[in-house]
Design a protein around this ligand. Structure first.
Ligand SMILES: CC(C)(COP(=O)(O)OP(=O)(O)OC[C@H]1O[C@@H](n2cnc3c(N)ncnc32)[C@H](O)[C@@H]1OP(=O)(O)O)[C@@H](O)C(=O)NCCC(=O)NCCS
Length: 234
């Protein structure tokens, strides 16, 4: 089982990435006030379209991408998926100037990438994030090692709720325990998958802490940094 991942620097890629967007997406991009937000939007949509185009063999602008939620009737906040290729699961994460996408067939995927240099309020983050067992394990850490352990927990939990499509609000993070190779969840949130969710810590560089959630154990992971979105190939 192989999970392919592509890393793109938005500032470098934005110019050519615009060529992969639909007119509606370009209009939306141009309404976005902040440069960084616009760049990320353009690059993320382009990466998704490039992946769909390669897989389906159609022009990027013709790839159908749905954001319908599988847990409620909302058609905008769900996990993105290709309408013509539900078997190709993918997950996108952005942080700083980076846009990263992971994709695979044969497993569901959830990806989260966080910039390790981000300012965080340690005590508040422990309260917001950690389950009881994680709080106990964090007691053994301080300083930089505590920060890294917290980012690791954060990335693993966000990757998990991005695999399931639940997002941050539906499943409180302290209800998840990610201090082992498989996610443990308190109770049974609506729509939670029956399969185990396996976690892999990723080293993708650029000062990030990143995690991948999959429904198969120990996937092979292939990470490629792309200078241009159009260079994405399967
Ligand atoms: C999913 C979520 C955790 C991502 O958080 P974030 O801080 O934006 O994190 P990232 O930058 O790592 O990821 C952004 C990407 O997540 C993906 N995403 C958005 N919603 C998602 C969802 N429900 N499930 C999985 N992935 C999702 C998108 O691809 C998005 O990038 P794009 O908009 O450029 O396509 C957050 O957006 C969230 O909680 N959304 C709400 C989902 C919700 O309301 N669920 C209720 C179900 S009833």
């Amino acid at each position: 089982m192989i999970v392919r991942m592509w890393v793109v620097e938005a500032e470098r890629a934005e110019g050519e990435a615009r060529g992969l967007l639909t007119p509606a997406e370009l209009a939306r991009a141009d309404e976005l006030g902040r440069e960084q937000v616009r760049r990320t939007f353009v690059t993320s949509r382009a990466v998704q379209r490039a992946l769909g185009a390669r897989y389906l063999g159609v022009p990027a602008t013709e790839v159908g991408i749905s954001r319908a939620c599988s847990h409620c009737a909302d058609d905008g906040h769900g996990k993105p998926h290709f309408t013509a290729a539900p078997e190709l699961d993918f997950s996108v994460s952005h942080t700083g100037d980076l846009v990263v996408i992971a994709a695979a067939t044969g497993t569901r995927v959830g990806l989260d990438v966080e910039l390790g240099s981000r300012t965080i309020e340690i005590e508040e983050m422990v309260r917001m994030l950690a389950s009881e067992s994680e709080q106990r394990s964090l007691d053994g850490h301080s300083g930089e090692s505590l920060r890294t352990a917290l980012f690791r927990i954060w990335a693993r939990k966000e990757a998990t709720v991005k695999l399931t499509g639940h997002g941050l609000l539906q499943v409180p993070f302290p209800a998840l325990s990610v201090d082992g190779p498989v996610v443990r969840v308190d109770g049974s949130p609506d729509g939670w998958p029956e399969e185990a969710i396996h976690l892999t810590d990723l080293s993708i560089g650029h000062g990030t802490v990143a995690a991948l959630a999959t429904t198969v154990p120990s996937p092979e992971i292939d990470v490629v940094t792309l200078p241009r979105v159009a260079d994405l190939s399967l």
